[in-house]
Design a binder for this molecule. Structure first.
Ligand SMILES: Cc1ncc(COP(=O)(O)O)c(C=O)c1O
Length: 422
């Protein structure tokens, strides 16, 4: 593999208005930067050294003194997962539950709502694929109705039309995804939340692609529930995420369908009591090394500062979109009033795997999205698949330009191929 460690020394212009960054130090702290141009942060961010060390140190401790003994010895540090995540999203530690994935957190939250036939779930056309499948599963089992608010012509949900549906349908649950997996769209989750609060409707937000990329404030969003992963823009280890559950949600007595001895106490042979915090959504067994690594990742993100990240990361993506747009055969697909660091584009004349393989061959990490991930969005855009590039703050302007040049090069070869050998 190529060594990309010196990329930062190249003369590309920094982004105007970007706050002062010691990008070289951040990259030195990120071993993966030496091997690849990592534009797959929407899949999984590159771990920084303190995150990697937190995971490995705990695994070593478990091997040395025993798993239960290691978690007892590090109890205070482990508790920092809840403290760090709470501080990141403006909540209290008692409102945070660790989860093995964002999907697990989301499904667990859904399981707490006693849906009945005739209930409505109101969502958007950009809610995440697994959420949409979960709603359809609830429809199949409990006879709920799933309603989708329409989009504006510009792209993204029409909040006023959604609010009208809230008033007419009185949904049991409103759900929205802040940033979908398949485009750079940023949904107006706080505006949706304002209507939910006015109408006293349960509101569940999927912030999987936005934590670590933008400041998240659950009080401002006005949600009852919020789910996220730690592995993407937070740059934590894989298989870690969390659920936020508001005090009013907890006080109302919602609890997951399958609650265990960590989330509840077995108080009599025929009785149990759920604990009063969001811990009722956790399980007894924890991947402690991962929890410690995730706490380190959130601490690292907070140390850098989410305002600064929210400035630089989407700006790198905007630079990339601008460089990709004029390339013959490339169609940039991201639409909406505000765009995040997920850059998606379709290419003429290529099948998905060979195109991604051509990027891989240049040590550029990317991801594919398919219509199955985005039935509404890809139908509107009339595409079956796209390539997704997702830079993060530790990527450089030089890398953005390299990636755009690589796409241009691959596309020029495809035109040569169509014309036949020369
Ligand atoms: C918007 C969104 N929500 C939820 C998820 C699911 O996250 P996890 O794989 O941690 O379950 C993803 C993953 O790509 C996502 O992009």
């Amino acid at each position: 593999m190529k060594d990309h460690g010196s990329a930062i020394n190249s003369p590309a212009e920094p982004l105007p208005g970007t706050p002062h960054w010691d990008i070289e130090a951040l990259r030195a702290d990120t071993p993966g930067c030496r091997n690849v141009i990592h534009f797959n942060n929407a899949g999984c961010g590159l771990m920084a050294t303190p995150v990697l060390d937190a995971v490995l140190d705990h695994l070593r401790l478990e091997a040395r003194i025993g798993g239960y003994e290691a978690s007892a010895a590090r109890a205070a540090d482990i508790g920092e997962f809840h403290t760090e995540v709470a501080a990141l999203i403006n909540a209290a530690p008692r409102n945070i539950a660790f989860a093995g994935s964002a999907t697990h957190a989301y499904a667990n939250a859904l399981s707490a709502i006693p849906f009945e036939p005739g209930d409505t779930i109101l969502t958007t056309r950009d809610d995440f694929v697994s959420n949409q499948i979960a709603f359809l599963s609830l429809r199949k089992r409990f006879g709920v109705t799933v309603a989708h608010a329409p989009d504006t012509p510009e792209g993204g949900v029409d909040v006023e039309a959604m609010a009208a549906l809230m008033r007419s349908l009185r949904p049991r649950l409103v759900s929205a995804t802040h940033i979908p997996t398949n485009s750079g769209l940023v949904s107006p989750i706080a505006e949706i939340g304002r209507h939910c609060r006015e109408l006293d409707l349960l509101y569940l937000v999927d912030a999987c692609q936005s934590v670590g990329q933008y400041p998240i404030d659950v009080a401002e969003i006005g949600c009852d529930l919020l789910t996220a992963t730690c592995r993407k823009f937070l740059r934590g280890p894989r298989a870690s995420g969390f659920l936020y559950a508001s005090d009013s949600f907890l006080r109302a007595g919602y609890e997951p369908l399958f609650i265990d001895m960590h989330g509840a106490r077995w108080t009599a042979p025929d009785r149990y009591e759920a604990v009063d915090s969001a811990a009722r959504f956790e399980e007894w067994e924890f991947p402690y090394a991962t929890v410690l690594g995730s706490a380190a990742a959130v601490r690292y993100a907070r140390g850098i500062g989410m305002e600064a990240v929210a400035h630089r990361t989407p700006a790198l993506a905007a630079r990339l979109r601008e460089a990709l747009a004029p390339i013959p055969g490339v169609r940039v697909l991201d639409r909406g009033p505000r765009l995040a660091a997920l850059v998606t584009f379709a290419v003429e004349g290529w099948e998905p795997q060979p195109f991604k393989a051509a990027m891989d061959a240049r040590s550029i990490n990317s991801a594919l999205s398919f219509r199955e991930f985005a039935q509404f969005d890809f139908t509107t855009k009339n595409v079956d698949w796209c390539l997704r590039l997702s830079p993060h703050y530790y990527n450089t302007e030089w890398e953005v330009d390299e990636v755009a040049a690589a796409v241009a090069d691959i596309m020029s070869h495809s035109r040569d191929t169509r014309r036949g050998p020369r």
